[in-house]
Design a protein around this ligand. Structure first.
Ligand code: GTP
Length: 239
């Protein structure tokens, strides 16, 4: 069997990743393809934690820019991440993978509440653990939730799934000369205000030496390649 580079990882998926090209909500074929990629990685014996955003359903920042109270809007966004967590759990279970959803806001009837030591036991038993409701606090993003949970779970890296194949010096969608970075330091991301994760999340990763691999989710097999230590996308920090 191939020898994975990591024993335990946290995958950060954006909510938009689930919507495919339909522009809103959850696309079952896209969800299935993400679940297949995660399945491949668990077959290598790697323990997988997942944090998922909610932007395909509701964006707190956008709603607050339009006048809604920021805290209320953020709580609505957290509920959106719970919907995505349940959808992903369903897709992973359809692949035969044992999973547990834990939420930072208590919704006991549908998911376990977040309990750090219990989540670690789930990972040790080979269950994919999906963390919903962000950090449970408004004003924090799901990127920050990903950093926090990666630290708490003692993950060896964050795999940040995006629509592009790494971090660029400018937007590759609008600038054909945009240059992709192979590696970066966390401090460079902050200084150059590069679009990787928000500054709170990056600063936490910098302070705790947590590497981040930014890669294109839509290239099949990328999660597996990253886990096997192959060069994929952009590495922030050092492995
Ligand atoms: P072990 O203790 O390692 O056997 O873990 P386990 O998760 O299988 O044990 P448990 O008996 O606690 O959970 C059985 C099922 O109930 C799992 O699918 C859990 O996700 C689920 N479950 C546990 N606690 C809660 C809860 O507070 N709310 C909800 N909705 N489900 C829960």
């Amino acid at each position: 069997m191939a020898d994975p580079r990591f024993r335990r990882i946290l995958i950060k998926l954006s909510g938009e990743a689930l919507q495919g090209d339909q522009g809103y909500g959850i696309s079952p074929p896209v969800l299935e393809s993400i679940a297949e990629q995660i399945h491949e990685v668990t077959e290598l014996g790697v323990e997988v934690a997942i944090v998922i955003g909610g932007g395909n359903i509701f964006r707190g920042v956008r709603a607050s820019a339009q006048g809604m109270d920021r805290a209320s809007a953020d709580y609505m966004g957290m509920l959106a991440t719970c919907i995505n967590s349940m959808a992903l759990q369903d897709a992973l279970e359809a692949q035969g993978l044992p999973t547990r959803v834990q939420t930072a806001l208590e919704i006991k009837e549908i998911a376990e509440p977040y309990i750090r030591r219990r989540a670690i036991r789930h990972l040790e038993k080979g269950r994919v653990v999906i963390f919903g409701a962000g950090t449970g606090n408004p004003y924090f993003t799901t990127d920050t939730a990903a950093s926090l949970r990666a630290m708490e779970m003692h993950c060896q890296a964050i795999l940040k799934a995006t629509k592009v194949d790494g971090v660029y010096d400018s937007d590759p969608a609008s600038n054909p000369d945009a240059k992709r970075f192979e590696t970066l330091e966390h401090s460079e991301v902050l200084q150059q205000q590069l679009n990787v994760m928000d500054s709170t999340a990056i600063a936490m990763c910098r302070d705790n030496q947590m590497p981040i691999i930014v890669f294109n989710l839509y290239e099949k097999g990328n999660i597996r390649r990253a886990v096997l230590g192959e060069k994929v996308g952009t590495l922030v920090g050092t492995l």
